[in-house]
Each structure stands twice: as C-alpha cells, then as structure tokens.
Write a new protein. Sequence first.
Lengths: 124, 390
Amino acid sequence: MYSEKVLDHFKNPRNVGELKDADAEGTVGNPVCGDMMTMYIKVKDDRIEDVKFKTFGCGAAIATSSMTTELAKGKTLDEAMKITRADVAEALDGLPPVKMHCSNLAADALHEAIKSYKEKSTKK
Amino acid sequence: MSLKVYMDNGAGRPVDPRVLDAMKPYFTEHYGNPASFHSEGFKALEALKMARGGVAELIDGDPSEIVFTSGATEASNLALLGAAQRSRKKGGKVVRSAVEHISVINICKELSREGFEIAECPVDETGVLLLGELEKLVDDDTVLVSVIAANGEIGTLQPVKEAAELAHSHGALFHTDATAAAGQILLDVKELGVDLMTLSSNDVYGPKGVGALYIGRGVRVKPHMIGGGQENGLRSGTENVPGVVGMGEAARLAKQEMDAESTRLTALRDRLIEGALAANPESYLNGHPTKRLPNNANIRFSYVEGESLVLSLDELGVQVSTGSACAAKTLEPSHTLLACGLKHEEAHGSLVFTLGKNNNRDQVEYVIKELPGVVGRLRAMSPLTPEELR
C-alpha cells in the first residue's frame, strides 16, 4: 500500500533526531491522533542550513517528515514556506488517500518552525 | 528474506493440507449440484451432510442446526438481523458487549436504523464483560443479547454461559460470535445454552469464504438470501460444496487436535508475553493474563505507533497486526482497546500476535530477540520518548 520511496524513507529516515543548537522548532499533531512531529531548523543568511525531525506516528508520518527535511534543506525561508503537503506527497510518489491528511503534517511542522524563527528575529 | 514468522493468524490462516486434499475432488470430479436427482447430485449432497456433521461435532450441536454461509460476517448478519426482525413483536431492544467484532457492531447499527434500541454492555480493564451491568441492561423488552465468545484482538474469554442465562431469564435469544474462539477452546452449545453461534472456516484452517451459523432447534430467524430455498430456506443459493467440505474437514480436525494444540499454543503465548515484556521497558499486556485465547498475545509499547512497528517487523520477516488507528480504514483506534479503558495514545502502540500451527518456539524466541531493536529505533525517533529511554 506504500510506494517504494515511502518505505525507503521509513526504513532509512534522513535527518532524524534533535538539533541541539536549533534556532527554532515547530511541533504539530498530538499523540491522541497517533501522529506528532517536531521540526528543528538552523538558519544562516535567511537559508535553512540544517533541519532535523522527531516523529511519533505511522510509516507515512515518518516518511513525510524525512522527505520534508530533504526538500527544505538549503532553501531560503520564503522558499521553504511554499513547500506544501502535496509537494511532500508527490516527492514520495504519492500516499494512500487515507494518509493524506492525518499523516502528512510535516510541511506544517516546518512552517511552524519558520514562523517561530521569524517571530524570534523580529523581537531581537 | 528467508525467514517467515507469520503471527497474524487472527487475520488469515493457511488451509491445512489435509483440508485441501479433502476439497480437491469436489472441484474437478464431483461437481454435481446437491439439489440434483442423480448420482452426482447425491454425491454432493452426501458431502454436504458429512461436512455439516463435522461442524456440528466441533460445537456439540446437531447437524440439522448448522447453516452454511459465505463466512462469519454473513452468519452474524443472519443471526442478528434475522433473529431481531423475527422477534419484532416481542420487543425492540438488542444488547451487545462493547468488545464485539466490528461486523456485529455495524449490524447492530443497522438494527438501530430499523428502530431497535441498541444497548452496549461495558467490560473491565482486561476486557471481561461486566455481568452486573448486563443484568441492568437486559429487560423484558430485550429480544436478543450478543456476547462474543472471545475477542480475537485482545483474546479475552467471556462468561458466555452466564450471559446466556441472563438473556434467557428475560425471554431474549442469545447469540455468540465464536469466530476467534472455535477450535481453541471447548464450545458446547448445549452446555453454554446459546441459541445462535457464528463460526468461520478459515479460523479453523479451512478455506476463506465459508462460515456457518448454529441455530438451535426452535429458534426462528428471518432469512435474507432469498432464492431456491437451500439450507432449510435460511440461505438460498447453490451450496459452495468444495468450501463447505473444507470447513467440515477443518472442524473435524480442530476438534480432534484441539487439546494438544491449545496446550502447545498456550506455552508459546506465555513465553512470548513474558519474553517481550521483560525485554522492553514500558511495555504492557492488553487483555487478561490467563482468561485469554491460547494463541493471543496483545502487547502495548509506549511512545511508538503500531503501524510503524508492524512495518518494521515485516522487514524482519515477522507479520503481526496492530490496534492502532493509523492502520485502520476508519482512523479510529481499536474500539476493543478503548472499551478496556486505554487512552487513544496508549491504544496506538499495540501489537497483536495471533499464533497458529505455523509457529514454533524458535520463532517466538526470534521475535523476542528482535523486538527491542525495532521498538528502540522508533522510540529514538519519537518526540514522546522520555530521556532515559532514548
């Protein structure tokens, strides 16, 4: 039911873990629904220099988190804000319909992290 | 992947080779219709009779009380819809347990749309029906009570006999879904006092697509499959002779081998539960420690989600199920686990191991050995995992 790419990202997730010196982080979902993820970003010259994730959830939740970090790395903050859930699903060669909403939250977590970073920067 | 450790026998089982051998002639040699008045028809009719005897023997019923169906779901449809509709004049209430199979729950929803009042009887935290609550729910308006013999997901055995007595004391019929229990524990319909019992062929190593409903003598149900009047007018349609022969043979073997096989499986089950709990911190047994099906182990791992566990174990050649919403069509966690009082987040991390003839001690040890790595990898990824477990 999952594409090869989804299974690959589930088995060998890219950029998994915590970023100790992250500039910002964003968390979406909750354990009650069965999916929860946190994205950590490190920003340099308005670009995402490094990004990592931690995810509780199904195969799709882990794979979309992993793919989102790959799509986001090296992008400017504005470019990264434009990454959509659909982009992530497409990059994984699609997701089962039932997984499109509940498990495809990684882009939202990334956006939350970027918003948090911007809020922090304007306060400075 | 060389190793295959299939521990999802509650979802699907292999057909016993002896069963397959018994079925084969009815595909290519004896293909007559049991309704025909010639030697080939008689052969098919005789085969049906033998099969009915095999199923009746498994539950100590009479062959005349067995109706073959296309599976457990159809049997439960005939039992619940058929009995409730037939008893409409007597009353309008149906009582079921909170841990019925989804098919029975949805059939009850259909009855509710037809105007029946449906009452759900709760269970304790191990999944055992609360008889005191059942007593409060069953009244003189109740026409039918349905309590599963054992829930296939958590394995908890139910007080079927006591529940049946309660139903009868108010003049209600009693149905039990014995899909998961048949072939594993002794089911004597007379001793238990059940009026209707759902059975599945595949769950006793027969072919899929066949099931049976036990309908006690004198119990009336309204048929839903209308046609040529086969199966005493209760289930029309030319009989699936090879399938029915398979179920009959499977039931006969199940009866013969049940004692030895259940003893063997109980030992494997207990080793799996003990080994898995010992090897993984913050893991817990779902269901009852002893009042459970010989083949069922349901274990919950905190901070991880079940579908991820299933996918990871599959990579290692181990096939199991989960009670997590994330692997379900409905996106709701298992109603059975929620009925036992688990929180949504707890229900998500549950794994269901259903053992069978195809499993042995080496396989159980392999699973125990591999689980910590699988659970540990996912816990390391999870934002919920406390520091000391990472």
